[in-house]
Design a protein around this ligand. Sequence first.
Ligand SMILES: Nc1ncnc2c1ncn2[C@@H]1O[C@H](COP(=O)(O)OP(=O)(O)O)[C@@H](O)[C@H]1O
Ligand SMILES: [Mg+2]
Length: 403
Amino acid sequence: MDKNNRAAKAADMKQVAVLEMRQAVDELLVNRFSPNPRAYPNDPVAQRVATERQAAILARHGATSTAEAGTSDVVLIKTPQKQVAYAFKPMKGESPQNFAPPGGAAMREKMCSVLNDEVLNTTGLDFGFPKVQLGTHEGEFGALIEGINGRTMDAHALAINAAPSEAGLHEVNRTRKLWTTQVTRIQARELQKVMLANLAMGNVDVKWGNMLVDLHGNCRPIDGGSAFPTRCALARISYQGMAPDKLCDGPIMGSLPAGDEPMDPALRTQFLAINTKALASTLLARRRELLDQQPPDLLINGEAPDRERMLDEDAVLAGIASLELTQRILRETPDCSMRTLAQRYITGLQAAVPTSDVEAYQRMDETHSFNTMSKQKLFMASFDREVAGEMANPARRSVARSA
Ligand SMILES: Nc1ncnc2c1ncn2[C@@H]1O[C@H](COP(=O)(O)OP(=O)(O)O)[C@@H](O)[C@H]1O
Ligand SMILES: [Mg+2]
């Protein structure tokens, strides 16, 4: 008996020693030998390669998990200390909800990062959108997004991921209570910044599930998949009257005082300083480069993507138009609250989207439902046919320009 015990103890100790050694090797590989993309600020190719290699090393020697929220495939690549280093969103797993063709969501994530850098460099305003590289991870092409520490307060995800037990229910209620007090400590300016970041990119999908909050209440926007809306997406936003007002209410319930606070003056000044003409030409040029740099033999779910439509020029301009609309509202109403901004924004957008597009969308909506990529393709093709008559008139194509 005693002998057996001693043998078992020795085996345990060996196992612990091996695990500790493995952890030390992992940490050494991750901390000392994985390349740092920030070491190459002026070399985009080196940045991409370093990002890919760092993500590959982490996936092997750190940890990975799939995201518990959202509708696309998201792999969270973590350090050995379980911090998210990258979120990888492969082109093949994109959500069908944004009416962008396959690859469109990854391109949009990248463009949000480009816009973020451009605004930071020209006005000093940091929206906080993470850095994004288009690259390959474990054989798939997609968006490698810098990891952000913090958590989303996503009530829907919380509910669906809860364990179906008393303990699970208890945990959900505890978290809901915690969030309800935590949100009251987030400053209005933080929420306003996230809202403006999204509207600067034409993204009305502003919500608690698309924002990471850290322990100090600092907020950062994530998920650019719905930014730079396609013509079909704009028609839906207009038809459904999707006001970007979710941050005016808490993640659980009830309106937040922050939703009615006037816009932070310094934030407003910086936002109004964004030169939209210059930004538009930078983004269009970067779009061209990004499309041209994609692997020539790229396949998404076995099909060659339609590159030009992945992110079309009109979608980039729709993002800029959204930025201009937001600037106009802030100029007209300097002490505008988030709630007022959301209302004025949707009214302005609805005035700008051609009625014929909204009617086409409505006809589609009555006869189709979409929830898979293949249905989404059908839906989009029909929308294009519906609006085809007036597609020929380029004057009507730049929507949301002059609300
Ligand atoms: N850059 C990031 N850093 C840390 N976690 C992230 C990051 N991006 C996404 N996540 C996690 O993955 C979840 C889903 O990501 P999201 O970009 O919103 O995908 P979806 O398109 O599916 O909505 C988020 O709610 C968050 O928990
Ligand atoms: Mg999301």
